[in-house]
Design a binder for this molecule. Structure first.
Ligand code: B12
Ligand code: SF4
Length: 554
């Protein structure tokens, strides 16, 4: 039976003593690191595990914090006599997290999962962790540490009613930030956040149900002033879901703390926020990379009819992107492929035309993915029986598409996907991108990304899947939803992703119920109900397709 997804009443406590706490941030799922991964993974570190480390130390506990970037020997880095192990994981790292939880439970630890996987697939994670956390604030952490007992076979789900209203300062997090940045040999991003949630309600987005909430612009200024005492010319990676919603307040906070030319920034922002006056100010303030979402040329369902679509949209967006490139050296444009609004060759061909018209943009493609409870729209896919039980390790928007496309047969879809990838990362496209990008680092990053796992690696991977669709009946049957039996190709990849930890993957930990959200939707699910009075969709950008951004010199 699945434990309810509401905050359960605290069980009677033992007196909390000083606990040995491990905090593990899994920014990658496997030790198989590409060159790009070795250079960049430490820059994908999450903020919450660092926040948690501060809260636990403030409460008097002994903390070992590790950001796993793929190169570390996890079993050597984490003490083996931990009382509690917190793991932060994206869904792609869920199986690694399950294996570690299993191992550390055997060693006597209590295990706790937080982060995107816990928010998206709590029912599944509860089978392998003592606690699974949704929104996490200080009181939730205190509750876990006070209770601190085994909850098996089903873990306890605990969540705050809303996102935390405050977080520790950068100064308080600094030693954890610094420890992670030492793992980044070349470029170093300092993770910062100034707001949570979003005022818009795009139905595919995890933030469509989370109220927009700035964390305090005075603290942003203080954090940036502090950062200047630690690094000469830092690069800040903003983790805000939609950076620039309160644009003027944000810019004032930066301008109050940072003399021009002293700091560089990367942010995810919607195109609608990137007007020319905003871009001028972003450039003055050192913004070097921006990651807007374009998603699709044919809309994402509930957009207004007056919006342009098709080639008209391509031309408009290409003009906009070219204008952005006059102010910001690096732009990654995010697309979602396989949406229900897409049909036939046109969406793919239009993306190629876009690349011709805006050759400086680095395209990041995401395969349509339904991450459990992430978005209300996922209920529709589950209701229609279109969600496939691809194991979590493949759910990173690239290694599998876990929603059967509405308007494409799989072979056609993969033909078009491989063709678009080849077009996007061909020598011709690489040369044109080089020519349209200013600055050595952006040029270099565009070439490296195209030639590494994100570009050429994906061409190879998608081509393999296309071949298997013809040659491997099991792969085809699995992708058609005819069987839940995992094809050998995928089973083998899980083994190689987990390496030596594979033997600790708990029984049942390979597959999951892809319709758990639908089955439990009659239960209380506060985090995913649309709130009345929220603003209608105006801007849309996606984080489905976020890949590591990069920076150039200012
Ligand atoms: C910023 C961001 C990034 C950044 C920073 C990533 C990072 N390590 O944090 C970058 C650009 C690197 C990135 C990369 C990717 N991202 Co991203 N990203 C986001 C974004 C926009 C905000 C996340 C955030 O920091 N929020 C602020 C924190 C404070 O809030 P929160 O995430 O809601 O966390 C709360 C709780 O979950 C909990 N919590 C969070 N972490 C932890 C850890 C512990 C130990 C505990 C106890 C609690 C806890 O406390 C928080 C406060 O309540 C989200 C969308 C969103 N709004 O959530 C997507 C999102 C998290 N990303 C997503 C994806 C798919 C990716 C990529 C796989 C994309 C790709 N193909 O490259 C990669 C994977 C990177 C990785 N580390 O594995 C998905 C995750 C889905 C899933 N279930 O896995 C999301 C939800 C977007 C979506 N598609 O809907 N991403
Ligand atoms: S897609 Fe962007 S604009 Fe839409 S709700 Fe999510 S964060 Fe907000």
């Amino acid at each position: 039976m699945v434990a309810p997804l509401t905050r359960t009443a605290p069980t009677p406590h033992r007196m909390p003593g000083r606990r040995r706490i491990g905090i593990l941030d899994l920014v990658t799922k496997s030790p198989r690191n590409s060159l790009y991964g070795r250079l960049m993974n430490a820059n994908l570190a999450s903020i919450m595990p660092q926040v948690l480390a501060v809260w636990c130390e403030e409460a008097g506990h002994q903390v070992s914090y590790v950001c796993y970037t793929g190169g570390e020997d996890l079993l050597a880095e984490l003490p083996d006599d931990l009382d509690v192990l917190f793991i932060g994981a994206f869904t792609q790292a869920a199986q690694l997290a399950y294996a570690l939880s299993h191992l550390f439970r055997q060693r006597g630890a209590i295990t706790v999962l937080g982060g995107p996987h816990a928010r998206c697939y709590p029912e599944d994670a509860q089978q392998y962790f003592d606690y699974v956390l949704g929104f996490t604030d200080k009181s939730v952490v205190q509750e876990v540490l006070a209770d601190c007992s085994q909850h098996r076979p089903m873990g306890r789900f605990i969540a705050a009613d809303r996102q935390p209203s405050e977080m520790p300062s950068l100064q308080a997090r600094w030693k954890f930030v610094e420890a992670t940045l030492t793992k980044s040999p070349a470029i170093k991003f300092v993770p910062m956040i100034g707001s949570l949630g979003c005022p818009y309600t795009c139905s595919f987005c995890i933030d469509s149900t989370v109220d927009y909430q700035p964390l305090g612009f005075a603290q942003v200024s203080q954090d940036l002033s502090f950062l200047l005492t630690k690094m000469k010319h830092p690069i800040v990676g903003w983790h805000d879901p939609n950076f620039g919603v309160r644009f003027d307040d944000y810019m004032e906070a930066i301008e109050a703390a940072v003399p021009q030319g002293r700091m560089r920034h990367i942010a995810e922002s919607s195109l609608s926020l990137l007007s020319e006056p905003h871009l001028q100010r972003l450039r003055r303030n050192g913004f070097q990379a921006i990651l807007p979402g374009i998603e699709s040329w044919f809309d994402l369902g509930n957009k207004s009819k007056t919006r342009r679509t098709g080639m008209a949209k391509v031309e408009q967006v290409a003009d906009h992107v070219n204008m952005i490139l006059r102010y910001i050296p690096y732009i990654q444009t995010n697309f979602v492929l396989g949406l229900d609004t897409d049909e036939g060759p046109e969406p793919f061909e239009l993306t190629k035309r876009f690349l011709d018209l805006a050759p400086g943009a680095f395209p990041a493609y995401s395969l349509l993915s339904a991450f459990g409870r992430a978005a209300p729209l996922n209920l529709e896919y589950q209701r229609a029986g279109r969600v496939l039980p691809f194991p979590f390790t493949f759910l990173n928007n690239n290694h599998a598409m876990n929603v059967r496309p509405k308007n494409y047969a799989w072979p056609e879809f993969y033909d078009r996907l491989a063709d678009l990838s080849r077009y996007s990362f061909s020598w011709r496209a690489i040369r044109r991108r080089l020519g349209a990008t200013a600055g050595m680092i952006p040029k270099w990053m565009n070439v490296v990304r195209a030639m590494s796992s994100e570009g050429w690696g994906r061409i190879e991977y998608h081509t393999t899947i296309r071949r298997l669709l013809d040659e491997d009946r099991n792969v085809r049957a699995f992708m058609e939803g005819e069987t839940r039996e995992l094809p050998a190709f995928y089973a083998q990849r899980i083994r190689s992703d987990l390496g030596a930890l594979y033997r600790h993957l708990p029984p049942g930990g390979t597959m999951h119920d892809q319709n758990a959200y639908l089955k439990s939707s009659a239960e209380a699910v506060p985090a995913v109900q649309l709130k009345p009075g929220r603003r209608p969709v105006r801007a849309a950008h996606t984080r489905e397709s976020v890949t590591t951004p990069t920076l150039g010199p200012s």
